[in-house]
Design a protein around this ligand. Structure first.
Ligand SMILES: [Zn+2]
Length: 405
């Protein structure tokens, strides 16, 4: 085996396919109606910084001035360049020119938005269409759905709305009955889709809306809330109802033998520390939990859970673009402590292909960097570089979510 270095390891990593465990790819209509650079940027993490271009020069200049060294922007720009064949960096002077290329490319090929993913290294992406849970966006060649269960956590009454303006009873055709009937509706909905090959995993992102302390069942409280008009149900009663439905979802994931993906870290920072899930991991020992985002910023806590619990899969989804430097450290720590190297995964977690492709470049960068450090420190043999890179880029996700047909 010849001597290895960063550039030879990078070359190996760059040649491998990538499987993303998490995506929110937008519907066709977003990309076929007046696509532009500003529109693409408006649905990226770059926009989460508060700097959103509005087609005017002042907003574009403010964005470039404030966030051009931020991880989100760095990788978005790389993805934009890769996808659209642009070599120069984005500046105020070339903004309109580059936006014109983006518009033209999407206009000339309405399928570009998903085909570009497959043409730029992705072999498959797990899609979380939270606005229409379980949707594969009509592109099964690229996407396999995870089923976002969040809406069900709100359905104690037909008038109770869930995030994204969805009324769970209406969405799932539940016409009323007992709490047990409601749970039966949840189970049937998921099982029907699962039988059709449309549930690669369950997903919960309630860390944006509540604390992750999903306690054990309080059946009496869940029954008391069920069927009551929203104005008569306290926030604590809603939380107890939500706990009850969440526990049923954990059981269903085990029954169907699909992993349960849980957003940890960021979101609602006051309650998203992954350590809050510790009782859930113990209560549902037969359920495999994918803890997303390595609990950023609680990386060590997330790694500690991967060390102690065999039912934890640690995912660096989004972590590589939140902070590239942290992602290298997080990957190193997980490689050191996780109970199995086969339970470390990644996903891009993006809405538009320019950013998905950039996120994938970030992940390749993180893997190459981490493996090179280990090789240079003498803790990774040259012959083990390639097999480990394969696990991290696609093999682990294939084994966890299903291989490519
Ligand atoms: Zn996400």
């Amino acid at each position: 085996m010849p001597e290895r270095n960063l550039s030879s390891i990078r070359a190996d990593v760059d040649a491998l396919p990538v499987y993303s465990d998490h995506e929110h790819h937008l519907p066709d209509s977003f990309f076929t109606e007046g696509m532009s650079l500003d529109k693409s940027l408006s649905r990226t993490y770059v926009a989460w910084t508060g700097f959103v271009p509005d087609s005017g020069p002042a907003s574009r200049a403010a964005l470039l001035d404030n966030v051009r060294y931020n991880s989100y922007f760095v990788w978005y720009e790389r993805g934009l360049q890769r996808m659209h064949g642009i070599t120069e960096p984005l500046t105020m002077e070339n903004w309109e020119y580059i936006s014109g290329i983006v518009s033209k490319n999407h206009r000339q090929n309405p399928d570009l938005h998903w085909q570009a993913l497959l043409n730029n290294g992705y072999e498959r992406l797990i899609q979380d269409a939270y606005w229409n849970p379980g949707d594969d966006m009509g592109h099964p060649e690229a996407f396999v759905p995870t089923f976002r269960i969040d809406k069900f956590l709100y359905g104690y009454h037909p008038d109770q709305v869930a995030p994204d303006d969805i009324y769970p009873w209406e969405l799932y055709g539940f016409e009323g009955g007992t709490l047990d009937d409601y749970i039966a509706c949840l189970r049937e909905t998921v099982k029907r889709r699962h039988a059709a090959g449309l549930v690669a995993a369950l997903k919960c992102a309630e860390a944006y809306n509540r604390r992750l302390d999903f306690d054990q069942d309080d059946r009496a409280a869940a029954e008391a809330a069920f069927g009551r008009p929203p104005e008569l149900v306290s926030s604590e009663a809603r939380r107890l109802f939500s706990n009850y439905v969440f526990n049923r979802c954990c059981e269903l994931a085990a029954e169907l033998q699909v992993p349960f993906q849980i957003h940890t870290g960021l979101g609602h920072l006051g309650g998203s520390n992954p350590m809050l899930l510790l009782p859930v991991l113990e209560r549902h020992a037969d359920t495999r939990f994918v803890l997303f985002h390595t609990g950023y910023p609680w990386i060590a806590e997330a790694a500690g859970l991967a060390h102690n619990y065999a039912n934890v899969i640690s995912s660096l989804t989004w972590t590589a673009t939140i902070s590239t430097t942290t992602a290298v450290r997080a990957l190193q720590e997980l490689l050191d402590v996780a109970r199995s190297v086969n339970r470390i995964t990644w996903g891009s977690d993006c809405w538009v292909p320019e950013e998905s492709i950039g996120a994938q470049l970030a992940w390749r960068h993180v893997v190459a960097q981490a493996l090179t450090e280990r090789y240079e420190q003498g803790t990774l043999r040259a012959a083990d570089v390639q097999p480990l890179a394969c696990k991290l880029l696609f093999e682990n996700n294939r084994n966890i979510y299903g291989a490519i047909d």
